[in-house]
Design a protein around this ligand. Structure first.
Ligand code: AMP
Length: 216
């Protein structure tokens, strides 16, 4: 089954898509993580997108759509996928609908206050990309990833000025997708305000229901 994880920066898309990937055996495809991986490795793609990402801007539709299209054509995506961070514009949503239409869009709903609180404490693993939070999801050893032992860092675009730009982009370019997906009948809203375990319990039940309905 093909799921899009949708929501504001800090809504919990990455954390929830990662748990859902383990629970349902579907590949977790995060455009942000693909870009960050390319930046870490210093590939031509990484060098191309670094400045725009660090300032909180959006990478061009053309580049992002091409990348996702290629990724979804890989064998592991044939049985379904979890897209995290794509689409973020109407052009991207229309492209996805044309080459690999979604079954469901999970809209993780959170308040602005929660977004700021989550982004300001978010820490990410340099090695595997796992997400932590200094207060809500602290690692066992400060500054070290529980999974791979690599160092944790603060994303450049989680700094205050970039967060402001990201929220503006979200409101201007990404929120119109709520109407777009409502009209397609694929939008499912989930309250993302509570702690990760509670949101995951709700989300898991919703996803199990959708998967069971598909099989029935
Ligand atoms: P994320 O990890 O989803 O918050 O993405 C981090 C950054 O990568 C975003 O702030 C954008 O600069 C870029 N990015 C990720 N996905 C997209 C997308 N679908 N379209 C444009 N830029 C994107």
């Amino acid at each position: 089954m093909k799921f899009v994880f949708f929501g504001a920066p800090g809504a919990g898309k990455g954390t929830m898509a990662s748990r859902a990937s383990t629970a349902f055996g579907l590949p977790h495809i995060s455009t942000g993580e693909i870009f960050r991986g390319a930046m870490r490795e210093g590939t031509p793609l990484g060098l191309q997108v670094k400045a725009v990402i660090e300032s909180g801007g959006l990478v061009s539709d053309e580049l992002t759509i091409g990348l996702v299209r290629e990724r979804l054509a890989k064998d592991d995506a044939a049985g379904g996928w979890l897209l995290d961070g794509f689409p973020r514009t109407i052009a991207q949503a229309e492209a996805l609908a044309s080459f690999c239409p979604e079954d469901h869009v999970i809209d993780l709903q959170v308040s602005d206050a929660k977004v700021i609180e989550r982004l300001s404490g978010r820490r990410m693993c340099k090695g595997c990309g796992r997400i932590f939070h200094t207060r809500f999801m602290p690692p066992s050893k400060p500054g070290i990833c529980d999974d791979c032992g690599a160092a944790l860092y603060t994303r450049e675009d989680d700094r205050e000025e970039s967060v402001r730009v990201r929220l503006e982009n979200y409101r201007g370019q990404t929120m119109p997708l709520v109407d777009y997906y409502t009209a397609r009948g694929t939008l499912v809203s989930v309250d993302g305000e509570a702690d990760a375990d509670a949101v995951w319990a709700d989300l898991r039940a919703v996803m199990e229901g959708l998967i069971a309905a598909e099989k029935a």
